[in-house]
Design a protein around this ligand. Structure first.
Ligand code: NAD
Length: 450
């Protein structure tokens, strides 16, 4: 059965989910308060970079299955299902999730409800938010017939469409039979593909999302600390990661050492979970430490580059390859590149940078850097080049061309894309993350104590 689905918020999650639901055959209206975004979407322009999204939106728009509007009231009035997919950034000052967008959307939805409607929080929201959404709807529209469900989203930017279509699981938090029947219909095309729909209590569903992100952030932070140890003791973090990752209890993913996690989710979600733990007298010390270690790490990356330049970058030119927090997105939220660029600028460096998709967003969040037209343009006059984000186009650089554009010879590889031998053969001084086996010659054996 085709449902009438309304998506409130047409950002990374709302737009991808909306387009995928339309592709399932549902009739979707994406709502946003941002008039410019809606106008662009109606003109066939996709405001974000996400592989495959433009085609998916265009096909379903032409087929009349997805439309875009700022008119929330009209859209909600005809809906069977309303998803809330607005932002939940960190609240300034204290790190709690800022729920003002969620609650503002809830009030507007409540006033517009007609007939039985399932209201679903797809935004990442702290445990108990569904209860408050339900209370607000009841208060705003006492006669409304509705259920509130939690259905957190697990898609990854850069692979969002595939993740949405082939999720590891779909978590649905409700104990209300009417809502369960509707949610089964919403995701029926996925359940035909045997994607597991997991029904739980609403609070449990809310917490699953935070616990999942916190665990992944902790896993990344763990391997980053192991990388630091590898550098000191002459071991190779990539081999350690493979050696532990082959153990099924650990798993191979999220064990790539690098400059620290960033992006639109992990930093704010770990912080918000820490706050929830503290507020409920159940502190999550592992996550508190993860947050602190990761913050320090992002700043330490600038110091690492400065050290690679002999301890001083004043007046020197440093080139950054990649700015987004990971490849295949234009998202710059909390990207490590921000702290790295700032640290280098503070050290007196002149910073040139290039990113295949992220420069428009980067120009809004990093001041004082110069943007280049490609990797070789970044290298022009640079003392040192830093590989910050492992976009594919940085994996097969013409090293001779890069080197000849530079005045210096430093190459800091924060993603372990290259091998030391090939960089040194091209005349670079190379440093990477956690490959202490390359320093073996200068390390001494541990003291033997009797
Ligand atoms: P986003 O900032 O890209 O998009 C949010 C959109 O909501 C914006 O376009 C904004 O204009 C709109 N909006 C705000 N208030 C509104 C209102 N009252 N009515 C209509 N539109 C409104 O955010 P996002 O990255 O899509 O994230 C949305 C939520 O999903 C967050 O809670 C996030 O944590 C979660 N999430 C994000 C990802 C991700 O990879 N980006 C993955 C899983 C979950």
């Amino acid at each position: 059965m085709s449902l009438k689905i309304v998506m409130i918020g047409s950002g990374y999650v709302g737009l991808v989910s909306g387009a995928c639901f339309a592709d399932f055959g549902h009739s979707v209206i994406c709502v946003d308060v941002d008039e410019n975004k809606v106008a662009r979407l109606n003109d066939g322009e996709i405001p974000i970079f996400e592989p495959g999204l433009e085609d998916l939106v265009r096909t379903n728009h032409l087929a009349g299955r997805i439309e875009f509007t700022t008119d929330l009231t009209a859209a909600v009035a005809q809906a069977d299902v309303v998803f809330i997919a607005v932002g939940t950034p960190s609240r300034r000052g204290d790190g709690h999730a800022d729920l003002s967008y969620v609650y503002a959307a809830t009030k507007s939805i409540a006033a517009a409800l007609t007939g039985y409607t399932v209201i679903i929080t797809k935004s990442t929201v702290p445990v108990g938010t569904g209860d408050e959404v339900e209370r607000i709807v009841r208060e705003t529209n006492p006669g409304a017939d509705f259920s509130v469900v939690s259905n957190p989203e697990f898609l990854r930017e850069g692979a969002a469409i595939d993740d949405f279509r082939r999720p590891d699981r779909v978590v649905i938090g409700t104990e209300d039979d009417r809502a369960i029947a509707v949610m089964e219909e919403v995701y029926r095309p996925l359940s035909l593909n045997t994607a597991p729909l997991m029904f739980t209590g609403r609070r449990t569903a809310e917490l699953i999302k935070y616990a999942g992100n916190a665990f992944l952030a902790m896993k990344i932070t763990f391997i980053n600390e192991v990388a630091d140890l590898c550098e000191k003791v002459g071991a190779d973090v990539q081999a350690v990661a493979r050696g532990i990752g082959l153990d099924n209890r650990i798993g191979k993913k999220f064990l790539n050492a690098g400059p620290g996690y960033g992006g639109s989710c992990f930093p704010k979600d770990t912080l918000a979970l820490v706050k929830t733990g503290q507020d409920n007298d159940a502190p999550l010390r592992l996550i508190e430490t993860t947050v602190a270690v990761n913050d320090q790490r992002k700043r330490a990356m600038a110091r690492r580059v400065i050290a690679a330049c002999g301890g001083n970058v004043r007046g020197r030119t440093i080139g950054l390859l990649g700015l987004t927090f990971k490849p295949n997105t234009d998202d710059m939220r909390d990207a490590p590149a921000i702290a790295i660029a700032q640290g280098l600028l503070d050290g007196g460096a002149h910073v040139r940078a290039y990113d295949p998709e992220g420069m428009a967003q980067a120009s809004k969040v990093i001041e004082g850097i110069e943007f280049a037209s490609d990797a070789y343009d970044v290298a022009e006059g640079a003392d040192c080049v830093v590989l910050v984000t492992e976009w594919n186009e940085f994996r097969t650089l013409d090293l001779d061309r890069l080197k000849s554009a530079m005045t210096g010879h430093g190459f800091v590889d924060l993603r372990n894309v290259y091998r030391r031998e090939e960089l040194e053969a091209a005349g670079f001084t190379y440093s990477s993350i956690g490959r202490g086996d390359e320093n073996r010659g200068v390390l001494t054996a541990p003291e033997v104590t009797a």
